[in-house]
Design a protein around this ligand. Sequence first.
Ligand code: NAP
Length: 285
Amino acid sequence: MTNIISGKILSENKRNELKEKIAETKKIYNREPHLVVILVGDNPASVSYVRGKEKASLEVGIKNTTIIKDENITEEELLNLIDELNNDASVDGILVQLPLPRHINEAKVIKRIDVSKDVDGFHPLNVAALFSKQECIYPCTPKGIIEMLDSIHAEIEGKLACVIGRSNIVGLPIYKLLLDRNATVITAHSKTKDLAKITSQADILIVAIGKAKFVTANMVKEGAIVIDVGVNRNEETGKLCGDVDFDNVKDKVSFISKVPGGVGPMTITCLMENTFECYLKRINK
Ligand code: NAP
């Protein structure tokens, strides 16, 4: 029987726990964690992600400030804004919603964020720390995926895991986190040959491509655990869907996550946890 890994339910439980912790800490330190989100332009997907972060912040008791900037903002103006927030002692976390307009160098912007306020875990020093097994802020989506696997007590050690996708924000860090849990990990990407032959051997399959219903039943191993990271718009229905052909894959696997209601809510919950972590480190300094 297939079991659904519900990121939505897991998130609700985790947010309730976090809400209590934040309330307790606020009593002691007399202020709540403060997350600042910078949104450049009005890309509908970005606007919706930013709204989700505002809603989650409100739920758990994090102060959220969203700064909206016109898409014509210069790179220098954006960097100056980040400097201001870096120097603002009342700010614990800074998140720049990606993607940025083409005239702005994303890497330069991410690097400018004070690493102690890098709640996304994208700063090169955080990435270096992750890859050298040092204390760091884990990027939210991979962190959420590991928590989803842990929620079902998935055996990771010694298992064959395949990650489809090698982006900085999902594919590469989840590869490393699975490796740290002693899985044997294969990374697949657009140049991988015989993809189905590889994926169909994987005990754990993480899919982060961005192509609707790309992974079909013949590409998965019987009884595998499948985590679908993709967020796509189904052209026929207009509804959100993942990278996995859920309806056809679900009966073949032991556990599978859904889109929506899977990795998405967990990513935002992990962002809340990261903000709390940065806040705790700052007030304990
Ligand atoms: P990305 O940077 O575009 O990376 C996509 C990856 O998929 C690349 O590594 C690419 O390979 C690979 N790929 C593309 N076509 C392929 C094919 N035919 N066969 C095998 N691999 C292929 O995307 P991303 O930022 O990692 O995001 C992936 C998806 O996850 C998107 O739908 C995104 O919206 C979603 N996402 C969701 C969350 C969430 O919280 N739910 C968070 C982040 C991302 P190459 O490297 O060779 O180009």
